[in-house]
Write a protein that binds this ligand. Structure first.
Ligand code: SF4
Length: 536
């Protein structure tokens, strides 16, 4: 007999230690278990229970996918989208029972060919890879016969690229990022007003300890499903990241994304400050700007102030490394802005000189006047100067966390599309196939393989799952002209009309309709059923 072990915290889950025998029986009930082969874990599932990923269940001896398939309905071009009710889904009957499924109700009037799109969310997988995709759907788009190949990919090779709009120092480039103490990613480059993080990836899923892989998968699922994750950066900050929300850095919710670097801020507002100031310093961790030295000040014929800055002078009016990175003024570690001023040239500066110091967001700003000894004395900021500082703040966009899924679909799931997988890869590169993730547009990277990137905010809620191998489960769809599908060696015998799919479910369902759930094409998303050109 096959040996089994329970998985911690997941009641009712039996995970085989070795290859399972199809006729395994539940020791308590003596009823036959069902083997799930939708991923390499090969769970033996007792009746009324779910497998290790909670995505499949044994319902009356039949293996069912617990979550409904998400169908997109095209949003109306103008006005409020018409709402279509979700299919009913009963709550689980007790802790061990899987959710009951109810087939979707749909009305024939929805079945206008280019209004409905079957997404990979909840669709099931092609594992062990030789199987055709669960849904290969024929429809028409503007008179062209189309086909969409729909599946849930199991991605071992995938990660999330996260853009955090903040000037504050999150951590050194290449620093490890931890979740619950495990390393799950690293800090990568700083971009214009944002800090980039790379989270997840095959190295952390498979290359470390079992715990590291499990925590990485959990973190990735949460992030992809638009939930908050708490991360700690070695040598840096503690942050909370959630797609579409402002990041929280060391317990403080970030408000503004800077208008530009210190040099750009000088240039943008130089004319508005002219006449109201004698010198302006825009403090920035990367490029601090000094107005009268800067090209903008020189073009406006501003008198030099004689200010002497700390840091390394790059070009006139642009200084690098005026302080260390931190969470103070302009992403530096300073709380006292005058600390970055070395002194004043007494040959050039004059008593009464008016100095504005501000950060790149305008969140920090102080006003000084030089006394007889050329020492800056803080004073109340004049209204005209305050108005420009406010304008800097007004030009800052709201700070957001942006989460992009990056997955390599160049592997085996292509076999679910065609017997000759490289033809799919080539057709995608020739722009003959539209690739979407849960109906959201996917950017396909140039070069080999099918490496796709999609904004999780454009995907349906709860698009991501995990399997305990560990790997991420994510939806992917390939849409193309039916004729192209035939030419690239597609599984033509599995192509089924949309109406049949809506009525019966996946091709491998044993007569029981798949539960369906409606969602709307996200605002701004192009309709996935475009019209790719025909193969030549
Ligand atoms: S973990 Fe894998 S084998 Fe087990 S239920 Fe989930 S998909 Fe099926």
């Amino acid at each position: 007999m096959t040996e089994h072990t329970k998985t911690d915290g997941l009641p009712g889950i039996d995970v085989p230690l070795a290859a399972a025998e199809p006729a395994a029986r539940d020791a308590r009930t003596a009823s036959p278990k069902v083997e799930c082969n939708a991923c390499p874990v090969l769970c033996q599932i007792s009746e009324g229970r779910t497998g290790a990923c909670d995505r499949y269940a044994n319902r009356a001896g039949a293996l069912v996918r617990v979550d409904p398939v998400v169908l997109l309905r095209r949003t109306l071009e103008a006005g409020t989208p018409e709402l279509v009710p979700f299919a009913a889904r009963a709550e689980p009957q007790g802790a061990e029972a899987p959710a009951a499924l109810a087939p979707a109700e749909w009305s024939g009037d929805l079945l206008h060919a280019d209004e409905v799109f079957v997404t990979g969310v909840g669709s099931s997988t092609t594992y062990p890879d030789y199987k055709p995709a669960p849904f290969i759907v024929a429809s028409q788009a503007r008179g062209v016969d189309m086909v969409t190949v729909v599946t849930e990919g199991i991605f071992s090779y995938c990660s999330f690229k996260v853009k955090i709009d903040t000037d504050r120092f999150l951590g050194p480039e290449q620093a490890n990022i931890r979740c619950k103490g495990e390393v799950v990613g690293h800090v990568t480059t700083a971009e214009y007003g944002s800090q980039m993080l790379s989270l997840g990836g095959v190295h952390h899923l498979t290359g470390g300890s079992k715990k590291e892989g499990r925590i990485t998968a959990e973190m990735m699922q949460l992030l992809g499903n638009k939930k908050a994750v708490e991360l700690t950066i070695d040598g840096g900050s503690q942050i909370v990241v959630q797609a579409g929300r402002a990041p929280i850095v060391n317990g403080v919710e970030e408000q503004r994304m800077r208008v530009g670097c210190g040099s750009a801020t000088i240039g943008i507002f130089a004319k508005q400050l002219l006449g109201h100031v004698d010198e302006v310093v825009v403090v920035d961790d990367h490029i601090t700007g000094v107005l009268t030295e800067h090209q903008a000040g020189r073009c406006l014929d501003m008198r030099r102030s004689g200010i002497q800055m700390r840091g390394r002078k790059s070009t006139p009016g642009r200084y690098f490394q005026v302080a260390n990175p931190g969470t103070g003024w302009g992403g530096t570690d300073i709380a006292e802005p005058l600390s970055i001023i070395e002194g004043w040239n007494p040959e050039v500066a004059w008593p009464g000189l008016r100095l504005l110091m501000t950060s790149t967001t305008g969140e920090h700003a102080s006003w000084y006047v030089l006394d007889e000894a050329l020492r800056p004395v803080e004073q109340a900021m004049p209204a005209a100067v305050r108005a420009v500082v406010d304008r800097i703040g007004e030009n800052c966009e709201p700070s957001l966390s942006t989460v992009l899924f990056l997955g390599g679909a160049g592997g085996s799931l292509r076999a679910g599309v065609t017997d000759n997988p490289v033809r799919l890869t080539r057709a995608i590169k020739q722009a003959l196939v539209n690739v979407t993730c849960g109906g959201a547009p996917a950017y396909v990277w140039p070069g080999g393989g099918i490496t796709v990137m999609a904004d999780v905010m454009r995907m349906p809620d709860d698009s991501f799952g995990t399997v305990p191998t560990p790997a991420i489960v994510a939806p992917i769809e390939f849409s193309m002209a039916l004729e192209n599908y035939r030419l690239l060696g597609g599984h033509m015998e599995y192509v089924r009309p949309l109406a049949e799919v809506l009525g019966r479910g996946a091709w491998h369902d044993d007569g029981a309709p798949t539960a369906l759930r409606w969602a709307h094409n996200a605002p701004g998303n192009p309709w996935p059923l475009g019209q790719p050109p025909l193969l030549g």
